[in-house]
Design a protein around this ligand. Structure first.
Ligand code: AMP
Length: 201
């Protein structure tokens, strides 16, 4: 399969070209078409397989097809670590480079104020670690009531790190009729249970 067959918005195809991606990787070939059709996804993929673009491209495509003046995030990506959060936000910004979509990352170990300023200016996509996102939610810096797409990236370390109560709290602040994508390197019973808990389709 070639990227052009995915019929991505021209601006995203430019982003893909600029990154030098020629053909979609297997996880991208399998995940992008159903994700673009709005379906829930469970992706079994490790880092290095191209899993980030597998959920970022459908999310960006959704935002471009459904423009709004709403300032609240419509896509929320949760990651287990600050490093992954920074990396995912960076790739998302590169893929969205030819769009006007706003991507804000919030993670622990960095100053609150700058993240608050960015959130207040409006965000289409928030990429976050659970603990810091909870902090911002408590202080009413961000509202999740307009989230249409939720991604749990690297769900396995997220559970290992004991984030489940935080994740449940966060997920239940988003609308039930959202699209949910869950990516994990492994599929132990706890991850299938998480998929059943959070996904409908
Ligand atoms: P990830 O698994 O998302 O961490 O991606 C691993 C690396 O593969 C990153 O450096 C990406 O920029 C790169 N990558 C993602 N998709 C493709 C693709 N279709 N072709 C070539 N490289 C890619």
């Amino acid at each position: 399969m070639r990227f052009t067959e995915l019929e991505l918005d021209e601006s995203l195809q430019k982003g893909v070209n600029a990154l030098g991606y020629e053909n979609p990787t297997p996880i991208q070939t399998q995940a992008i078409p159903p994700a673009m059709a709005g379906r829930d996804i469970v992706g079994c993929a490790q880092t290095g397989t191209g899993k980030t673009a597998a959920f970022v491209l459908p999310a960006l495509e959704h935002l471009l097809r459904n423009p709004t003046k709403n300032q609240n995030p419509r896509v929320l990506i949760l990651t287990p670590t600050r490093e992954l959060c920074i990396q995912v936000a960076e790739e998302t910004r590169k893929l969205a480079n030819h769009t006007s979509l706003r991507i804000v990352s919030v993670y622990g170990g960095a100053k609150m104020q700058q993240q608050i300023d960015h959130l207040r200016r409006g965000a289409d996509i928030v990429v976050a670690t659970p603990g810091r996102l909870m902090d911002h939610m408590r202080r009413h810096n961000v509202r999740l009531s307009d989230v249409q797409i939720l991604v749990l990236d690297e769900a396995d370390p997220m559970l290992d790190r004991g984030f489940l109560p935080d994740i449940e709290h966060i997920v239940y602040q988003t609308p039930r009729q959202r699209q949910t994508m869950l990516f994990s390197a492994t599929m132990p019973p706890q991850i299938s249970a998480l998929a059943r808990q959070f996904q409908r389709d």
